[in-house]
Ligand binder design. Structure first.
Ligand code: SF4
Length: 90
């Protein structure tokens, strides 16, 4: 994972690669990438709401945890939530 992926999107603008074939089914593919880098609590809730309806939420969360993505909402989890999960699985 490079910084370019982190700054572009959770899934949207990054190319679909062999590494993330599930991204083809992502609920965020047609959404504004900025939605997944919210700056308000309302924005955070909206991104999480979309993730909860996403058919590949668990794949996305697993990917974010494995690659230690730092920024944005991934797999329905905030940055803080992913850090907490990381501590529990480390
Ligand atoms: S869980 Fe959220 S960020 Fe991940 S692919 Fe689905 S909609 Fe996109």
């Amino acid at each position: 994972m490079n910084d370019l992926y982190e700054t572009l999107d959770p899934v949207l603008a990054a190319p679909i690669t062999d590494e993330r074939p599930w991204a083809a089914f992502a609920a965020c593919r047609e959404r504004d990438p900025d939605l997944f880098f919210p700056v308000t609590a309302d924005g955070e809730r909206e991104a999480i709401r979309i993730c909860r309806g996403c058919p590949v939420q668990l794949d996305c969360l697993e990917f974010a945890l494995e690659t230690k993505v730092r920024f944005g909402i991934w797999g329905g989890a905030t940055e803080k939530e992913r850090r907490t999960l990381q501590r529990h699985i480390a």
